[in-house]
Design a protein around this ligand. Structure first.
Ligand code: ANZ
Ligand code: ZN
Length: 836
C-alpha cells in the first residue's frame, strides 16, 4: 500500500462529514458515568490563520475523545470561534472593511484549516461569539447579572491611551504602553460598567482547592485574588477632628510606625494639606496621574513623595508622625493609606532613606538602620508586646485596638471589580437604556439581540464613548419603561464576555428560547477536561468561573464550577540562531556547515542555536498548511504529540517531522505484506498485548508521546516477518485510530476489509496473562524526602525506571514548576530527584 496521504485524508474527511460520524446526541440510555465533555479553548480567528500551537491542544483532545468513544463513552467535543475583538476592529479602522467581513473570512479559513486535521468535532454545534444568535444570550446573561445587582456604573480611573483615544483593558497595557500604538498609557476617570467580581472573591478563592488544575495555575488564581488578613487602624489627625484609617498586615509593628502615607488620589488629601504645602502636593498629584499602576508599584524604583504639612498621632506611642503622599500607595487597595514602618517594610525603608524619616526598630534580628528586617523576630521597643513573636504580637495588638475602639480585624483582596465596558465598536452592545425619568432601564428580553448597528467610522471618538455614539438613529430610542425619549448605552462588552459562557452554548447551540436547556446542561456539565494555553491562567479562567458561579446562584446551571479538570499544553517553540552579542539572525540567513554548527551566511560568523518563540521576524514560523501539504495531517498530528509531554514546551524540528512520516510509511509497507490469519508466536503476542496495555494507559493519562513510542517499537519488531498477520494489524489499527485517524480508516477498510468507521469500533483489550509481570515497589524521593511509592515492573534498566517514574502522573504533579537538576536511580529500589 502506497502512502498517498493527501488522497487518504481527503477521502476520510469527506466520509466523516457525509456520515455525520461525530455528531453527538444527548442519549438518555447512556449512564452519567459514561458521558464526557472535552473542551478546547476556542480560537480567536486572526488574520494570520492557524499556527502550530493550535493543533497541539486540539490533537491532544481529539485523541482523547476518539479513545473515549471507542471505550463506549458518549463524548461531547465541540469547536467554535471567539470572534469579537480588537484586531478586526483595528483592521477596519485602517481599511474601512467591516469587522464582520474580515472576521467571517477568517473564520472560514480557520474552519477549513481545522477540518484539514481530521478532528472529531461535532461541527453541527459550532458557535461564533459575534453572531447575533449567540450574543443575544451574552446580553441576556449580562441582564441577569445586572438584575442581581452585580453590574454597576461607576466613574473609575482606567487606562487611557491618549493617541488611540480609547480606554484599554489592563491586559491591553504592556509595561505601561498601549499595545496598539506604543503610546504611554495614563489614568483617566471615566464612566464605566463594572461587574462585582469582588463579591465572589472568597468563593473563587476557596473553590480553587477542589479543582483538578495545574498547581501553577491554581497559584496564579490565588495570587490574583490576593487575600490578605490584617487589621484596620484609625489614627487621629493632630489639631483636627478628622481621622485616618489604614490597612496593615502588621499591626504588631505599630510602635515602629514613624510616618503615614496617603495615595495621591486619597479623598482626604485636599482637606489635610496645609496651604504652605498645597502647591507641591498638587504638582505631585498631577505627575502621579501620568503613571500606570505598574510603574508606581515597581519594587526597584526610586521612591518619591511630598509632605502634606499635616501630622497624625501614633495611637500607641502618642507621638506626632508626619503625613506624606506618595505614589507607591494605591488608592484602590485597603483604605488607600498606610502606616509606614520603615524598619520592617522595604518600600517604607527606601522611602524613609530618601526623605530622612526616622527608622524605629521594633523586632529583633539585625540592624534596621542598615536594611529592612522583614522576617519574624522578637518584639522590642514595644511596651506590652515586648518579648512576643510576630504572630502572637499581631493577635495581642488587634485585641488592644479593638478594646480601645480604634481598630479591628480586616481582610483585603487584591482582586478589583471587573471593568466591563469598552469604547469600541466590535463587541456586544450593552443592552441598557438611559432614561432621564426612569434612570437605567434594561432592554426587554424579547427585544434581544440588541444588534450592533452599521457605522461609517470605526475610529474611537475620543470623548470616552464608542463609535456607536455617532449613530444617532440607534442611540436615540424610547424608554422601555415610560415610553419617553431615552438614549442607549453606547459602550460595548469586552472581548472576554463571549468566552465566559461559550461552553454552555455548545450544549444546545440552536436553542432560540434559552441560552441552553436545563436537560442539556444536566446531561453534560461540568466540563470534564479543558485543554488550552497557560496564557489564560487568570483572565479568561477567572472570569468564566465567576460567571458560572453567578449562574449557579441564579439556578441556571447545576454545578458551581465550570471546568473540573484543566490541562495546559506547552508552548511549541522554535530554534533561533544567536550572534555572540545575543542578537538573533533570521533563519533563512543561517547555514549549517556541519552537524550542529551554524554560521551567518553573509559574514561566516559562528552562531549559537537557541530556543525562541516562533516569530515572523526570525522567519521560523511553521505554517500547519505547509506541513499538511508536504507530510500529511496524520504526520502533523503524530509529530506534535511525539515532540514530548503535552504540558512541556518543546522546539519544532523539521527532522522530527520527517521521522514521524517515515514511521507511517513503514506502517503502510507492513500493511502491504500478505495478510495472513496465522496464530502469533508467544513473543509477538506478548509484545502486542504489552503495546495494547501501554497505549491504553498512556492515552488515558494523556501521555501521548510514550504511547506513540510504544507503537513504533511494535511496528519495528513485527515488520521483520514476511507477512502481516491480521491478529497484529487489526488491534494495531485500532490503537492507531485516535492518533492517525485517516490512515487507520484506510487500513481498517481497504487492507483489513472491514466496515468503516474505525472510530466506532471497540477499543482492544490486552490479555493480562500475557502482560502480567512481577512488579517492585519503587520509592520516589524528591530532594531526599520520600514522596511516592510506585508499583513498577521488575527488572527495569536505570533509564527505563527513571522514565517510568517521570511518566507517572503523581510524580508529574510534584514536578510542576520545578526543574530536575540531578537524578539518582537505584534499580528495583528507589529514584531520588534533585530539583530546583
Ligand atoms: C505596616 C507594615 C509594616 C506593613 C510592615 C507591612 C510590613 P498585602 O500583604 O499585599 O495585603 N499597604 C496597605 N495598603 C496599601 C496601599 N493602598 N498601597 C500600598 N501599600 C499598602 O500588604 C499589606 C501591606 O501593604 C500593609 O501592611 C501596608 O504596609 C501596605 F513591617 O502596614 B503594612
Ligand atoms: Zn423612562
Amino acid at each position: 500500500m502506497n502512502y498517498d496521504f493527501t488522497a487518504i485524508e481527503k477521502k476520510w474527511q469527506k466520509y466523516w462529514e457525509e456520515h455525520n460520524t461525530f455528531q453527538v446526541k444527548e442519549d438518555p440510555s447512556v449512564p452519567p458515568e459514561k458521558r464526557r465533555y472535552v473542551l478546547d479553548m476556542f480560537p480567536y480567528p486572526s488574520g494570520a490563520g492557524l499556527h502550530v500551537g493550535h493543533p497541539e491542544g486540539y490533537t491532544a483532545t481529539d485523541i482523547y475523545c476518539r479513545y473515549l468513544r471507542m471505550n463506549g463513552y458518549n463524548v461531547l467535543h465541540p469547536m467554535g470561534f471567539d470572534s469579537f475583538g480588537l484586531p478586526a476592529e483595528n483592521y477596519a479602522i485602517k481599511t474601512g472593511t467591516h469587522p464582520r467581513v474580515t472576521t467571517e473570512a477568517n473564520i472560514n479559513r480557520f474552519r477549513q484549516q481545522i477540518k484539514s486535521l481530521g478532528f472529531c468535532y461535532d461541527w453541527s454545534r459550532e458557535v461564533a461569539t459575534h453572531q447575533p444568535e449567540y450574543y443575544r444570550w451574552t446580553q441576556w446573561l449580562f441582564l441577569q447579572m445586572y438584575r442581581k445587582g452585580l453590574a454597576y456604573e461607576a466613574e473609575t480611573p482606567i487606562n487611557w491611551c491618549p493617541s488611540c483615544m480609547t480606554g484599554l483593558a489592563n491586559e491591553e497595557v504592556k509595561e505601561g504602553h498601549c499595545e496598539r500604538c506604543g503610546s504611554h498609557v495614563v489614568r483617566r476617570n471615566m464612566r464605566q460598567w463594572v461587574l462585582k467580581i469582588t463579591e465572589y472573591a472568597e468563593r473563587l478563592l476557596q473553590d480553587v482547592d477542589k479543582l483538578d488544575w495545574p498547581e501553577a495555575i491554581k497559584a496564579m488564581q490565588r495570587n490574583w485574588i490576593g487575600k490578605s488578613v490584617g487589621a484596620e487602624v484609625t489614627f487621629r489627625i493632630d489639631g483636627s477632628d478628622k481621622t485616618l484609617t489604614v490597612y496593615t498586615t502588621r499591626p504588631d509593628t505599630l510602635f515602629g510606625a514613624t510616618y503615614m502615607v496617603l495615595a495621591p488620589e486619597h479623598p482626604l488629601v485636599k482637606e489635610l494639606t496645609t496651604d504652605e504645602c498645597r502647591k507641591q502636593v498638587e504638582e505631585y498629584i498631577a505627575r502621579a496621574a501620568l503613571k500606570s499602576d505598574l510603574e508606581r508599584t515597581e519594587l526597584n524604583k526610586e521612591k518619591t513623595g511630598v509632605f502634606t504639612g499635616a501630622w497624625a498621632i501614633n495611637p500607641v506611642t502618642g507621638k506626632k508622625i508626619p503625613l506624606w503622599i506618595a505614589d507607591y500607595v494605591m488608592v484602590s487597595y485597603g483604605t488607600g493609606a498606610i502606616m509606614a514602618v520603615p524598619a520592617h517594610d522595604r518600600r517604607d525603608w527606601e522611602f524613609a532613606k530618601v526623605y530622612g524619616l526616622p527608622i524605629v526598630q521594633v523586632l529583633s534580628g539585625g540592624d534596621a538602620q542598615k536594611e529592612p528586617l522583614e522576617e519574624d523576630g522578637e518584639l522590642i521597643n514595644s511596651e506590652f508586646l515586648n518579648g512576643l513573636r510576630k504572630a502572637e504580637a499581631i493577635e495581642r495588638m488587634i485585641d488592644w485596638l479593638e478594646e480601645k475602639h480604634i481598630g479591628r480585624r480586616a481582610v483585603n483582596y487584591k482582586l478589583r471589580d471587573w471593568i466591563f465596558s469598552r469604547q469600541r465598536y466590535w463587541g456586544e452592545p450593552i443592552p441598557l437604556v438611559h432614561c432621564p425619568k426612569c434612570g437605567i432601564v434594561p432592554v426587554p428580553e424579547d427585544q434581544l439581540p440588541l444588534r450592533l448597528p452599521e457605522v461609517e467610522k470605526y475610529v474611537p471618538t475620543g470623548t470616552g464613548e464608542s463609535p456607536l455614539a455617532a449613530v444617532s438613529s440607534w442611540v436615540n430610542t424610547t424608554c422601555p419603561c415610560c415610553g419617553g425619549p431615552a438614549k442607549r448605552e453606547t459602550n460595548t462588552m469586552p472581548q472576554w464576555a463571549g468566552s465566559c459562557w461559550y461552553y454552555l452554548r455548545y450544549l444546545d447551540p440552536r436553542n432560540e428560547k434559552e441560552f441552553a436547556s436545563k436537560e442539556a446542561i444536566d446531561y453534560w456539565m461540568p466540563v470534564d477536561l479543558y485543554v488550552g494555553g497557560a496564557e489564560h491562567a487568570v483572565l479568561h479562567l477567572l472570569y468564566a468561573r465567576f460567571w458560572h458561579k453567578v449562574f449557579f446562584d441564579l439556578g441556571l446551571v447545576n454545578t458551581d464550577e465550570p471546568f473540573s479538570r484543566l490541562v495546559n499544553q506547552g508552548m511549541i517553540t522554535s530554534y533561533a540562531y544567536q550572534r555572540p552579542n545575543k542578537t538573533l539572525v533570521p533563519t533563512d540567513e543561517v547555514e549549517e556547515t556541519a552537524p550542529d554548527r551554524f554560521v551567518e551566511r553573509a559574514t561566516g560568523e559562528p552562531l549559537e542555536r537557541v530556543i525562541a518563540k516562533m516569530s515572523k521576524s526570525l522567519k521560523n514560523v511553521i505554517n500547519p498548511d505547509d506541513v499538511i501539504r508536504d507530510h500529511g495531517a496524520d504526520t502533523l498530528r503524530l509529530y506534535e504529540m511525539f515532540m514530548g509531554p503535552l504540558q512541556m514546551s518543546k522546539p519544532w524540528s523539521t527532522q522530527g517531522v520527517a521521522g514521524v512520516q517515515r514511521f507511517l510509511e513503514k506502517v503502510c509497507r507492513y500493511a502491504s505484506k500478505p495478510l495472513t490469519d496465522r496464530p502469533l508466536d508467544a513473543e509477538t503476542a506478548k509484545l502486542l498485548h504489552k503495546t495494547i496495555q501501554k497505549v491504553s494507559d498512556d492515552t488515558e493519562s494523556l501521555n501521548f508521546n510514550t504511547a506513540i513510542a510504544q507503537m513504533m517499537t511494535l511496528i519495528n519488531e513485527v515488520s521483520r516477518a514476511d507477512d502481516c498477520p491480521r491478529q497484529v494489524l487489526e488491534p494495531f489499527t485500532l490503537l492507531l485510530a485516535p492518533y492517525a485517524p485517516h490512515l487507520a480508516e484506510e487500513l481498517w477498510s481497504t487492507v483489513l476489509g472491514n466496515e468503516p468507521s474505525v472510530a466506532d469500533q471497540p477499543w482492544p483489550k490486552h490479555d493480562q496473562s500475557l502482560t502480567a509481570e512481577t512488579t517492585n515497589p519503587i520509592a520516589v524521593q524528591i530532594n531526599g524526602k520520600k514522596r511516592e511509592l510506585l508499583e513498577l515492573p521488575a527488572g527495569l534498566s536505570k533509564e527505563d525506571l527513571l522514565s517510568a517514574v517521570l511518566a507517572s502522573p503523581e510524580v508529574q504533579k510534584r514536578l510542576e514548576g520545578v526543574s530536575i537538576v540531578k537524578s539518582i536511580v537505584v534499580p528495583g529500589k528507589l529514584v531520588n530527584l534533585v530539583v530546583r
